[in-house]
Write a protein of this length. Structure first.
Ligand code: BG6
Length: 462
């Protein structure tokens, strides 16, 4: 098997606004649900300073040029553009992202922008958040504004980051739990908001391409028992296909509809929705992948899953449907996420077979505790191993016929993990701070930086 990737394969690196920028209330920025979220029992870094990317973006982008990436995935903080989520535009926010985009282009890096990454404006949350239809209108006004401001230079857009994980593990990401009824009304609004973004991008951005960005990973049955297979059918549908079937086919799939009916969830649909669902589609699928999930049919209501609680839904339990199960065939990282590179290949194959759209991986990586040495080195061979196995799986998927056109791992630079602080690091670039002490926030290149740099420059897995 050749180790060489197709010519023009898009090597990238990814971040989100709230996990990196800091400057949470500077230059007119409003608060988002990430700034206000409850962190009880969590003695970890918050997002007020994060890694100060807001002030250091020039230094960071120069490092990314040295790394050699062709694309840089970042998100826009909606609250920098509209501090209240709607209403008056904050010109300083528009200027900031103009500067970031121009800086990327100056360094020969294509910006790829996520419209929203977990940070809904708090002012909208107070009016009902995604449960309220008016948030769809506010989102549509916001995306129209950014397409007009940046669409002359930014041609690749991603809609709303991981709506599936946001709803499934609401407590860990949003700091509060939603009822099933709220969750799935939010699902409908998030997906309709996305349809509006597809439509507006195609209308406003010349040659603009846009895609959904869910977290997709196959759900395995715990055993060959038919009931466990049924459990995986339901969780695959609720976790993965419900979202992409809506985006790509414009419909609720039947397994998901059955799940909603049996759970007594009733979704309110607006007059305009049918036309939006069936007329506006993505140009590609962006997919985040860390691990696969295994489920069994729950036989008793007692206790949660045997899986250790994490963000990737292993601790899920829905009576009558599925229950997370720790896959004994897979190793775990130090934060209890299973490692399954073959699962990435089969997930890519399943996805491509189902939707026949080009795919780009917009997150994949290893969260680990790194150690900065006295000489400024960070020896993260474990991260190199993880990346090598997963990038090899990408190459195998391409060779098996999948139209995978890029790989943009998580993360370009160390950032604050969604619920585990700065101790869980993902970056190619180490940022010297700890949970409570921001220190100087100095940047250091890890061993994985040099490894990925070599991979990009040769277009081959070292
Ligand atoms: C994805 C998110 O779900 O997982 C990222 O899009 C997040 O924002 C990443 O950082 C890793 O999760 P965690 O909990 O380790 O930060």
């Amino acid at each position: 098997m050749t180790k060489t990737f197709p010519k023009n394969f898009l090597w990238g690196a990814s971040i989100s606004a709230h996990q990196t920028e800091g400057a949470y209330s500077s230059d007119g920025k409003g608060l988002s649900v990430q700034d206000t979220r409850s962190r009880k029992n969590h003695d970890i870094a918050d997002f007020t300073v994060a890694v100060d990317h807001y002030h250091r973006y020039k230094e960071d982008i120069a490092l990314l040029e040295e790394l050699g990436v062709k694309i840089f995935r970042f998100s826009i903080a909606w609250t920098r553009i509209f501090p209240e989520g709607q209403g008056k535009i904050n010109q300083a926010g528009i200027t900031h992202y103009n500067d970031v985009i121009n800086e990327c282009l100056k360094h020969g890096i294509e910006p790829m922008i996520t419209l929203n990454h977990f940070d809904l404006p708090q002012a909208l949350e107070e009016k009902g958040g995604w449960t309220s239809r008016s948030t769809v209108d506010a989102f549509s006004n916001y995306v129209q504004t950014v397409f007009k401001a940046y669409g002359d230079r930014v041609k690749k857009w991603l809609t709303i980051n991981e709506p599936n994980i946001m709803l499934l593990v609401d407590k860990k990401i949003l700091g509060k739990s939603l009822s099933l009824q709220e969750k799935y009304q939010q699902f409908h609004h998030l997906m309709i908001a996305e349809k509006k973004a597809f439509k507006l991008c195609h209308e406003i951005v010349a040659d603009g391409k846009i895609g959904p960005v869910p977290n997709i990973s196959l759900v395995y049955p715990a055993t060959s028992k038919p009931v466990d297979n049924e459990a995986s059918l339901y969780f695959n549908s609720v976790r993965n296909w419900a979202y992409l079937d809506f985006s790509c086919f414009g419909r609720y799939n039947t397994v998901f509809k059955d799940y909603l009916n049996r759970q007594g969830v009733k979704i309110t649909v607006d007059k305009e929705d049918e036309a939006l669902m069936t007329n506006h589609f993505p140009d590609f699928i962006a997919m985040n992948f860390y691990t696969t999930i295994t489920v069994e049919k729950p036989m008793s209501k007692k206790g949660l899953a045997d899986g250790i609680s994490d963000q990737q839904s292993e601790d899920i339990m829905e009576w009558g449907f599925y229950k997370g199960y720790t896959n004994p065939n897979l190793q775990k990282n130090e934060f209890n996420w299973t490692i399954d590179p073959l699962g990435l290949k089969t997930t890519l194959q399943t996805l491509y077979d189902r939707y026949h759209l080009p795919i780009i991986i917009t997150e994949n990586g290893l969260g680990a505790k790194d150690n900065l040495q006295a000489d400024g080195a960070v020896h993260d061979s474990y991260r190199i191993d993880y990346l090598k196995q997963h990038i090899t799986a990408c190459l195998e998927a391409i060779q098996a016929g999948v139209d995978l056109f890029g790989y943009s791992p998580w993360s370009a630079i160390d950032l604050i993990s969604v619920h585990e602080g700065i101790s869980k690091r993902y970056g190619f670039i180490y940022v010297d701070r700890d949970e409570k002490n921001e220190k100087q926030l100095k940047r250091y290149k890890k061993d994985s930086f040099y490894w990925y740099q070599q991979l990009i420059s040769t277009n081959q897995i070292p």
